[in-house]
Ligand binder design. Sequence first.
Ligand code: AP5
Length: 208
Amino acid sequence: MNIVLLGAPGAGKGTQAQKLVADYGVAHISTGDLLRAAVKAESKLGKEAKGYMDAGQLVPDQLVIDLVKERLQADDAKKGFILDGFPRNTQQAVVLGSELEDMGIELDAALLVDVASDVIIKRLSSRRTCKACGYTAPAGVDVCPRCGGEMYQRDDDKPETIAKRLDTYEKQTAPLVEYYSGNNILKKVDGDRPVDEVYADVKELLGL
Ligand code: AP5
């Protein structure tokens, strides 16, 4: 299983990826998680990325592309991978295509998790994320059900940044729906239903 998850911020990409990873043991490659880890570690990359993330903008392509290339080479990605939050624009999609071609790997699907903006704003405002492992859950969950870590509200889940992230998505990422539709691998799931119903459709669409 080699798939790309598409969808607006808060559509539920990470939630569906967590379920696929738990059930099928593939690698979860989330550029958002990788970048947040770099910010937490105060690495050179993290220091560079932080300002863009706090402003709801995309981090420059080259920084993210290098991260993903490295991650795709890791052992756990050999069993398959779910790319969550990458690619985020056409340039990243083109680079990913040529990298995978070099590696002799084909994408099985680009899966769009489709949710309306008003639902997304509510979801992100109430999302809590595990400080230790990145697991996400709605507000009210104070201890991570996966690792017992502390749940917190991401800096970019504040109302003013959510609006900027949605704007960035519409301008830069939404065109990828057409891009992958042209490659005949686009699949679309209605993400505005209970998590398990969405997941049942995800599995059916992916032939799992
Ligand atoms: P990133 O971390 O990728 O954020 P995002 O795409 O904005 O996606 P989210 O993680 O916010 O949402 P999600 O779709 O995973 O939703 P989730 O499952 O958590 O990126 C953050 C920043 O990093 C970017 O703004 C950018 O600056 C930078 N960046 C990352 N990748 C980059 C790239 N490739 N290039 C350049 N810059 C990059 O769900 C949300 C909430 O809803 C949760 O509380 C969840 O419990 C709940 N929920 C999920 N599904 C359902 C459901 N079906 N019903 C009810 N609630 C649900």
